[in-house]
Design a binder for this molecule. Structure first.
Ligand SMILES: *Cc1c(COP(=O)(O)O)cnc(C)c1O
Length: 369
């Protein structure tokens, strides 16, 4: 029995009547862009993150790009970002016209608060930070955010992976000017296509993002600036609202699966389960093990037992050819460089059956480096 790394077909089978009713409703009322379902989603997600405003856009990437632009981070500006993340955390900076400054990660994959980073902020050598919360748990940002504010350095939380994660009981978005969430289908709450949202307490930033997402339209016949066309289709908002109703039970199921994996891995001599920082609730968007020796051999072993895995991420961003000549790297990037060789992600979706979870646990238990 092969266990795919991801499968949305089972989610659809479980939710089909609800999804199809939502789709039919939108197609019937016909307001397929900026419909009431979009406003409802924006209010709901903002509320979930304890923030005032939500601006739904076409993708998590666009949420980052438009957030940067809305704070006038563009040509001539530098933005620090961690090198171990999805491509979009850094490409968004280039798309906004600014330059990425790559920094290293800490053990739980947040931005490492090294002297190098603190100097970048304290000496205002960067104009903004994109702080990524990776794999489904939040990084500690309070001190960094306070230092950034003192120095007028903007902070964006890349919260693409942390819907349903909490630190000290609070969601992402409390230590930044804007937090950006992705509704990519691979994420815990995913559209049937692309989608994203920018969240903020700052009304002016929210208004600017709304303007930028539709051609810079300032009302009437006036286009105040050059904008994008990045709207979340109403039908996607309608489906996302249905999925948000299930966020908690899905999260609890992923957490139970993670506990089953953890029970096998805690005593395992050769594989480390993901470390969860004290005070964090991990949403297990991804289940990323650390395998100091023989990562690729473990992947092959699991594949032979029918368990598909993947690597998030195989290459540190500062080594991607697309950033050559248009980025800076500070520090030796030792942690990011090491982790790309050690991380391995197991399937973790609520629709995994108990038998499948047992099959995965069994395969893990029988591997030795
Ligand atoms: C998915 C993701 C993005 C981009 O979101 P899209 O909706 O795919 O454009 C950005 N940053 C991180 C960390 C992500 O995981």
């Amino acid at each position: 029995m092969t266990i795919p790394f991801m499968r949305l077909d089972r989610q659809f089978q479980d939710c089909k009547p609800v999804f199809m009713a939502a789709v039919e409703n939108v197609f019937t009322h016909g307001k397929v862009l900026q419909g009431a379902e979009v406003l409802a989603l924006e209010a709901r997600v903002a509320d979930f993150f304890h923030l005032e405003h939500g601006a739904a856009v076409g993708s998590g990437t666009d949420a980052l790009v438009l957030s940067l632009k809305a704070m006038d981070i563009g040509p001539g500006c530098k933005v620090a970002v961690t090198s171990l993340s999805f491509q979009a955390s850094a490409s968004a900076i280039v798309l906004a016209g600014a330059q990425p400054v790559f920094v290293d990660v800490e053990e739980t994959y947040g931005m490492a608060r090294t002297d190098v980073l603190l100097d970048l902020v304290a000496a205002r050598k960067v104009d903004a930070l994109i702080a990524v919360h990776l794999y489904g748990q939040m990084a500690e940002l309070r001190e960094l955010y306070d230092l950034a504010r003192q120095n007028d350095v903007k902070v964006i939380e890349d919260a693409a992976q942390v819907l349903g994660a909490f630190r000290g009981g609070k969601p992402a978005g409390q230590c930044s000017d804007v937090a950006c969430v992705s509704f990519d289908p691979t994420k815990v709450i995913g559209a049937q296509g692309s989608g994203g949202i920018a969240l903020t307490d700052n009304a002016a930033i929210a208004e600017r993002i709304r303007r930028l997402r539709y051609h810079g339209h300032a009302g009437g016949r006036v286009y105040a600036e050059i904008g994008h066309n990045s709207q979340l289709p109403t039908v996607q908002a309608a489906i996302l609202n249905c999925k948000l109703d299930r966020e908690l039970p899905w999260r609890r199921r992923r957490q139970d699966i993670a506990a089953a994996y953890g029970a096998v891995l805690a005593p395992h001599p050769d594989v480390q389960p993901p470390a969860v920082m004290p005070g964090n609730e991990h949403n297990y968007h991804k289940y990323v093990m650390r395998v100091p020796v023989g990562r690729d051999r473990l992947a092959e072993h699991l594949a032979k037992d029918g368990v598909k895995t993947t690597v998030h991420y195989t290459k540190a961003l500062h080594t991607q050819p697309c950033f050559e000549g248009r980025s800076e790297t500070v520090g030796d990037m030792a942690a990011a460089g090491r982790m790309v060789g050690q991380v391995l992600s197991l399937p973790i979706y609520p629709e995994l059956t108990d038998a499948e979870v047992a099959q995965i646990c069994d395969s893990l238990a029988h591997w030795r480096a």
